[in-house]
Design a protein around this ligand. Sequence first.
Ligand SMILES: *Cc1c(COP(=O)(O)O)cnc(C)c1O
Length: 413
Amino acid sequence: MNPYHDYENYLKEYPTPDGRFGEYGGAYLPPELEVAFAEIDEAYETICHSAQFISELRRIRKDFQGRPTPIYHCERLSRQLGQCQIYVKREDLNHTGAHKLNHCMGEGLLAKYMGKKKLIAETGAGQHGVALATAAAYFGMECDIYMGEVDIAKQAPNVTRMKMLGARVIPVSTGLKTLKEAVDAAFEGYMKEYKTAIYCIGSALGPHPFPKIVRDFQLIVGQEAREQFVSMTGMLPDAVCACVGGGSNSIGMFLPFVADPVELIGVEPMGRGSKAGDHAATITYGSKGILHGFDSLLLQDEKGAPLPVYSIASGLDYPGVGPEHAFLHDSGRVHYTYVTDEEAVEAFFLLSRMEGIIPALESSHGLAGGIQYAKEHKTGSILVNLSGRGDKDVDYIEEHYGCGDEFLAKHHI
Ligand SMILES: *Cc1c(COP(=O)(O)O)cnc(C)c1O
């Protein structure tokens, strides 16, 4: 039974004005930042309804990002697996190669309307940093990206890209020198200059209003895909599927289908297996808690400290998840499943070889979920959000898995 009957109503009802999706969401902030977040919330609620903002965002999406991105029927792949038809939404064709630019351009435009001069964020693998640095260059703004020293060493090409785009990459040397410390440092930096700068989060999470802002900017993905699918096939898909890290590409893809008779499937990274520290399957194994200023499900120890997480896809290894996903899980509207590193790599090779599209490892998780569905359902259709392209992953894959011949032999390819 679908508890939601109307997409527009759903968007109005969730989140509540204080940022709640049922028992999840909210904002737990240091007092110094309450003013800054209230300012962003108020500005967003006003500006996002202005005709000028809407038309400027539409123009950016078309002329700069290259939207709409197409959907594509994977005929060879579908035939290889059986009768169920697999379609992909090509977010990999978005400028900079992933869906992240959808919310970064929106956040940059909001900053411009608020009169801000600088964009501030943290980055883990560097994907969010590159997308935000792109937005900053477009709007002629300064950009400070906080990044752990360990990640800086591991992600040299993205560090170079950010610098070429004009961003300042600020190394963070505290603690484990990775994403968590970078988040803390970015917040500290933001606290010092919130009058002239704005903090731009990288996924549909964090304290209110960020889960809502990022979701709203990502809805374009599902809105386009729904229309395109209906005009291509004359029907709705039977299922829609996407990978879930923090939850931005999936929430944008899912919600325009929320009131439809369409199964929604979120795919989490099961990494090397189900032992703590070997995966980042937050909804599958998590429990209720607070991390980075909001209520959600998270992977935590008995004392409430976040557990270490792992995935072959660095964009998916976060111990929490956006609050709206925790909510949609509890309400039963979205079904959350998982795939392992191995299954994601197999999907990576299958799409490359059968369709000529090399997907990001994150997106390969969504695709592997779609492949599982296609194997279990002898008819029907599934639409997968291909959140990004795999150029960034090919060196790692080649070094650890070769070029796919072994994986593909299993399928007699
Ligand atoms: C960052 C990233 C993700 C994961 O982030 P979500 O917020 O869960 O969408 C997925 N795919 C790609 C290509 C990414 O860069």
